[in-house]
Design a protein around this ligand. Structure first.
Ligand code: PAF
Length: 276
Protein backbone atom coordinates (compact mmCIF):
# COMPACT_ATOMS: atom_id res chain seq x y z
CA UNK A 1 0.00 0.00 0.00
CA UNK A 2 1.27 3.45 -0.90
CA UNK A 3 1.22 5.93 2.00
CA UNK A 4 1.07 9.57 0.93
CA UNK A 5 1.60 12.31 3.49
CA UNK A 6 2.17 15.34 1.26
CA UNK A 7 -0.74 17.30 -0.21
CA UNK A 8 1.12 17.94 -3.49
CA UNK A 9 1.92 14.25 -3.91
CA UNK A 10 -1.69 13.24 -3.28
CA UNK A 11 -2.88 15.77 -5.87
CA UNK A 12 -0.40 14.46 -8.42
CA UNK A 13 -1.37 10.86 -7.70
CA UNK A 14 -5.05 11.69 -8.27
CA UNK A 15 -4.27 13.60 -11.48
CA UNK A 16 -2.40 10.59 -12.80
CA UNK A 17 -5.34 8.32 -12.01
CA UNK A 18 -7.62 10.73 -13.87
CA UNK A 19 -5.26 10.83 -16.85
CA UNK A 20 -5.42 7.05 -16.91
CA UNK A 21 -9.25 7.44 -16.94
CA UNK A 22 -9.60 5.67 -13.59
CA UNK A 23 -12.44 6.52 -11.22
CA UNK A 24 -11.45 7.53 -7.69
CA UNK A 25 -13.40 6.19 -4.72
CA UNK A 26 -12.72 7.99 -1.48
CA UNK A 27 -13.25 7.01 2.17
CA UNK A 28 -12.30 9.82 4.58
CA UNK A 29 -11.78 8.63 8.16
CA UNK A 30 -10.27 9.70 11.46
CA UNK A 31 -8.62 6.29 11.87
CA UNK A 32 -8.92 3.69 14.65
CA UNK A 33 -10.59 1.66 11.95
CA UNK A 34 -13.38 -0.79 12.75
CA UNK A 35 -15.85 -2.93 10.81
CA UNK A 36 -17.93 0.13 9.95
CA UNK A 37 -14.92 1.52 8.05
CA UNK A 38 -14.30 -1.91 6.49
CA UNK A 39 -17.81 -1.80 5.05
CA UNK A 40 -17.21 1.72 3.67
CA UNK A 41 -13.98 0.54 2.05
CA UNK A 42 -15.55 -2.61 0.61
CA UNK A 43 -18.31 -0.47 -0.91
CA UNK A 44 -15.75 2.00 -2.27
CA UNK A 45 -13.70 -0.72 -3.92
CA UNK A 46 -16.65 -1.63 -6.12
CA UNK A 47 -16.65 1.90 -7.60
CA UNK A 48 -13.00 2.64 -8.40
CA UNK A 49 -9.41 3.02 -7.23
CA UNK A 50 -9.81 3.46 -3.50
CA UNK A 51 -8.14 6.20 -1.50
CA UNK A 52 -8.60 6.12 2.29
CA UNK A 53 -7.59 9.13 4.35
CA UNK A 54 -6.80 9.17 8.06
CA UNK A 55 -6.77 12.52 9.79
CA UNK A 56 -8.03 13.38 13.26
CA UNK A 57 -9.43 16.75 12.38
CA UNK A 58 -9.04 19.31 15.17
CA UNK A 59 -11.52 21.66 13.49
CA UNK A 60 -14.47 19.40 14.29
CA UNK A 61 -13.79 19.06 18.02
CA UNK A 62 -15.23 21.74 20.30
CA UNK A 63 -13.68 23.13 23.47
CA UNK A 64 -13.52 20.44 26.14
CA UNK A 65 -14.22 17.62 23.65
CA UNK A 66 -12.05 14.53 23.21
CA UNK A 67 -9.53 15.65 20.54
CA UNK A 68 -6.51 14.78 22.71
CA UNK A 69 -7.76 11.41 23.84
CA UNK A 70 -9.42 10.43 20.53
CA UNK A 71 -8.12 6.88 19.83
CA UNK A 72 -5.25 6.72 17.34
CA UNK A 73 -3.42 3.60 16.17
CA UNK A 74 -1.83 4.17 12.79
CA UNK A 75 0.17 0.90 12.76
CA UNK A 76 -2.93 -1.25 13.24
CA UNK A 77 -4.85 0.93 10.77
CA UNK A 78 -2.12 0.44 8.14
CA UNK A 79 -2.33 -3.33 8.65
CA UNK A 80 -6.15 -3.32 8.28
CA UNK A 81 -5.88 -1.26 5.08
CA UNK A 82 -3.13 -3.46 3.59
CA UNK A 83 -5.17 -6.58 4.37
CA UNK A 84 -8.07 -5.00 2.51
CA UNK A 85 -5.70 -4.35 -0.43
CA UNK A 86 -6.36 -0.61 -0.30
CA UNK A 87 -3.94 0.90 -2.83
CA UNK A 88 -3.49 4.34 -1.23
CA UNK A 89 -3.60 5.77 2.28
CA UNK A 90 -3.56 9.56 2.46
CA UNK A 91 -2.22 10.47 5.90
CA UNK A 92 -1.74 14.23 5.93
CA UNK A 93 0.04 16.24 8.61
CA UNK A 94 -1.61 19.05 10.52
CA UNK A 95 -0.61 21.55 7.80
CA UNK A 96 -3.84 20.51 6.07
CA UNK A 97 -5.76 22.69 8.56
CA UNK A 98 -3.19 25.11 9.90
CA UNK A 99 -3.67 28.75 8.89
CA UNK A 100 -7.17 28.14 7.55
CA UNK A 101 -9.13 31.38 7.22
CA UNK A 102 -12.01 30.11 5.09
CA UNK A 103 -14.65 27.76 6.47
CA UNK A 104 -17.67 25.99 5.04
CA UNK A 105 -20.86 26.51 7.04
CA UNK A 106 -24.44 25.49 6.61
CA UNK A 107 -26.04 27.78 9.17
CA UNK A 108 -29.51 26.28 8.88
CA UNK A 109 -28.60 22.62 9.39
CA UNK A 110 -25.86 23.36 11.89
CA UNK A 111 -28.46 24.66 14.35
CA UNK A 112 -30.26 21.33 14.54
CA UNK A 113 -29.78 18.04 16.34
CA UNK A 114 -26.01 17.50 16.83
CA UNK A 115 -25.41 21.16 16.03
CA UNK A 116 -27.31 22.25 19.14
CA UNK A 117 -24.84 20.36 21.32
CA UNK A 118 -21.69 20.74 19.19
CA UNK A 119 -22.02 24.24 17.70
CA UNK A 120 -18.79 24.29 15.65
CA UNK A 121 -18.72 20.59 14.78
CA UNK A 122 -20.25 20.63 11.31
CA UNK A 123 -18.26 23.67 10.24
CA UNK A 124 -15.17 21.62 11.06
CA UNK A 125 -16.46 18.53 9.26
CA UNK A 126 -17.57 20.37 6.10
CA UNK A 127 -14.33 22.34 5.95
CA UNK A 128 -12.06 19.29 6.21
CA UNK A 129 -14.19 17.25 3.81
CA UNK A 130 -14.08 20.10 1.27
CA UNK A 131 -10.29 20.34 1.67
CA UNK A 132 -9.95 16.56 1.22
CA UNK A 133 -12.22 16.64 -1.84
CA UNK A 134 -10.06 19.42 -3.36
CA UNK A 135 -6.91 17.33 -2.84
CA UNK A 136 -8.17 13.83 -3.68
CA UNK A 137 -10.71 14.89 -6.34
CA UNK A 138 -12.83 11.78 -5.89
CA UNK A 139 -15.61 10.65 -8.22
CA UNK A 140 -17.33 8.86 -5.32
CA UNK A 141 -17.14 9.42 -1.57
CA UNK A 142 -18.55 7.12 1.11
CA UNK A 143 -20.10 8.05 4.45
CA UNK A 144 -21.73 5.90 7.13
CA UNK A 145 -25.38 6.37 7.98
CA UNK A 146 -24.69 6.23 11.72
CA UNK A 147 -23.64 9.87 11.36
CA UNK A 148 -26.78 10.65 9.40
CA UNK A 149 -26.69 14.42 9.85
CA UNK A 150 -23.05 14.47 8.68
CA UNK A 151 -24.01 12.47 5.57
CA UNK A 152 -26.96 14.81 4.84
CA UNK A 153 -24.83 17.95 5.25
CA UNK A 154 -22.00 16.66 3.06
CA UNK A 155 -24.48 15.62 0.38
CA UNK A 156 -26.02 19.10 0.49
CA UNK A 157 -22.57 20.73 0.31
CA UNK A 158 -21.73 18.67 -2.78
CA UNK A 159 -25.02 19.80 -4.38
CA UNK A 160 -24.64 23.45 -3.35
CA UNK A 161 -21.12 23.67 -4.82
CA UNK A 162 -21.81 21.52 -7.91
CA UNK A 163 -18.98 19.20 -6.89
CA UNK A 164 -18.14 16.39 -9.27
CA UNK A 165 -18.42 13.81 -6.54
CA UNK A 166 -21.26 11.43 -5.83
CA UNK A 167 -21.90 11.06 -2.10
CA UNK A 168 -22.77 7.46 -1.28
CA UNK A 169 -24.37 6.42 2.02
CA UNK A 170 -23.35 3.12 3.61
CA UNK A 171 -25.41 1.28 6.18
CA UNK A 172 -24.48 1.30 9.84
CA UNK A 173 -22.51 -1.73 11.00
CA UNK A 174 -23.39 -2.94 14.48
CA UNK A 175 -21.67 -5.00 17.11
CA UNK A 176 -23.48 -8.25 17.95
CA UNK A 177 -25.19 -6.45 20.84
CA UNK A 178 -26.65 -3.90 18.44
CA UNK A 179 -24.35 -0.99 19.35
CA UNK A 180 -23.46 1.02 16.26
CA UNK A 181 -19.74 0.68 15.50
CA UNK A 182 -17.79 3.80 16.42
CA UNK A 183 -14.16 4.53 17.23
CA UNK A 184 -15.46 6.10 20.45
CA UNK A 185 -16.87 2.73 21.61
CA UNK A 186 -13.35 2.05 22.89
CA UNK A 187 -14.19 4.49 25.71
CA UNK A 188 -16.74 1.95 27.08
CA UNK A 189 -15.76 -1.08 29.14
CA UNK A 190 -17.61 -4.42 28.91
CA UNK A 191 -20.36 -3.50 31.37
CA UNK A 192 -20.71 -0.08 29.77
CA UNK A 193 -21.16 -1.67 26.36
CA UNK A 194 -23.79 -4.01 27.69
CA UNK A 195 -25.83 -1.12 29.10
CA UNK A 196 -25.26 0.95 25.95
CA UNK A 197 -26.68 -1.86 23.83
CA UNK A 198 -30.12 -0.92 25.21
CA UNK A 199 -29.93 2.29 23.12
CA UNK A 200 -30.50 0.56 19.77
CA UNK A 201 -32.97 -1.91 21.29
CA UNK A 202 -35.12 1.05 22.37
CA UNK A 203 -34.96 2.49 18.85
CA UNK A 204 -35.99 -0.91 17.43
CA UNK A 205 -38.93 -1.18 19.83
CA UNK A 206 -40.02 2.32 18.83
CA UNK A 207 -39.87 1.47 15.15
CA UNK A 208 -42.08 -1.54 15.95
CA UNK A 209 -44.57 0.76 17.67
CA UNK A 210 -44.60 2.86 14.48
CA UNK A 211 -45.15 -0.27 12.37
CA UNK A 212 -48.05 -1.27 14.62
CA UNK A 213 -49.75 2.07 13.97
CA UNK A 214 -48.46 4.66 16.46
CA UNK A 215 -47.81 7.71 14.26
CA UNK A 216 -47.65 10.53 16.81
CA UNK A 217 -44.06 11.81 16.79
CA UNK A 218 -44.62 13.25 20.24
CA UNK A 219 -45.70 9.88 21.66
CA UNK A 220 -42.93 7.97 19.86
CA UNK A 221 -40.14 10.32 20.97
CA UNK A 222 -41.70 10.51 24.45
CA UNK A 223 -41.49 6.71 24.66
CA UNK A 224 -37.81 6.74 23.60
CA UNK A 225 -36.91 9.44 26.15
CA UNK A 226 -38.70 7.61 28.98
CA UNK A 227 -36.99 4.29 28.18
CA UNK A 228 -33.55 5.91 27.80
CA UNK A 229 -33.86 7.66 31.15
CA UNK A 230 -34.96 4.38 32.77
CA UNK A 231 -31.66 2.83 31.64
CA UNK A 232 -29.68 5.66 33.23
CA UNK A 233 -28.76 7.51 30.02
CA UNK A 234 -28.67 11.30 29.78
CA UNK A 235 -30.64 12.34 26.73
CA UNK A 236 -29.32 15.14 24.51
CA UNK A 237 -32.06 14.87 21.91
CA UNK A 238 -34.59 12.51 20.39
CA UNK A 239 -36.27 13.69 17.19
CA UNK A 240 -38.28 12.36 14.30
CA UNK A 241 -37.86 14.22 11.05
CA UNK A 242 -38.00 13.69 7.31
CA UNK A 243 -34.92 12.22 5.61
CA UNK A 244 -33.78 15.71 4.48
CA UNK A 245 -33.87 16.78 8.16
CA UNK A 246 -36.14 19.65 7.26
CA UNK A 247 -39.15 19.43 9.50
CA UNK A 248 -40.44 18.08 12.73
CA UNK A 249 -43.73 16.34 12.12
CA UNK A 250 -46.60 15.99 14.51
CA UNK A 251 -47.22 12.70 12.72
CA UNK A 252 -44.37 10.43 11.70
CA UNK A 253 -44.46 9.14 8.13
CA UNK A 254 -42.96 6.18 6.31
CA UNK A 255 -39.33 6.96 5.43
CA UNK A 256 -38.87 9.40 8.32
CA UNK A 257 -35.86 9.02 10.53
CA UNK A 258 -35.68 8.87 14.31
CA UNK A 259 -32.38 10.32 15.55
CA UNK A 260 -31.05 10.37 19.08
CA UNK A 261 -27.97 11.28 21.08
CA UNK A 262 -27.29 10.16 24.63
CA UNK A 263 -24.53 10.39 27.17
CA UNK A 264 -23.53 7.49 29.34
CA UNK A 265 -20.61 7.50 31.80
CA UNK A 266 -19.21 10.56 30.05
CA UNK A 267 -19.36 8.89 26.60
CA UNK A 268 -21.58 10.43 23.96
CA UNK A 269 -23.38 8.01 21.63
CA UNK A 270 -25.52 8.78 18.60
CA UNK A 271 -27.73 6.47 16.61
CA UNK A 272 -30.77 6.52 14.34
CA UNK A 273 -33.36 4.32 12.70
CA UNK A 274 -35.57 4.78 9.66
CA UNK A 275 -39.28 4.33 10.25
CA UNK A 276 -41.14 2.16 7.74
O1 PAF B 1 -16.89 10.61 10.09
C1 PAF B 1 -15.70 10.91 10.29
O2 PAF B 1 -14.87 10.06 10.64
C2 PAF B 1 -15.25 12.35 10.15
O3 PAF B 1 -16.23 13.24 10.56
C3 PAF B 1 -14.76 12.70 8.72
C4 PAF B 1 -15.89 12.58 7.71
C5 PAF B 1 -13.62 11.78 8.34
C6 PAF B 1 -14.26 14.14 8.68
O4 PAF B 1 -13.18 14.33 9.54
Amino acid sequence: MKIITEIAEMKEFSHNLKKAEKKISFVPTMGKLHDGHVKLIESAKRYGETVVSIFVNPLQFGQGEDFDKYPRDIKIDEKILSDLAVPVLFYPASDIVENTDTFIVNPEYSKKLEGLFRPSHFQGVLTIVMKLFCIVEPDFAFFGLKDYQQFALIKKMAEDFFLNVKIIPVETVREESGIAMSSRNTYLDGAGKETASAFYKILLTTSDLFKKGEKSAEKLTGFVIKELIKKGFKVDYVEITDSALNRKYSDAENGDILLAAIRYKGVRLIDNIFLS
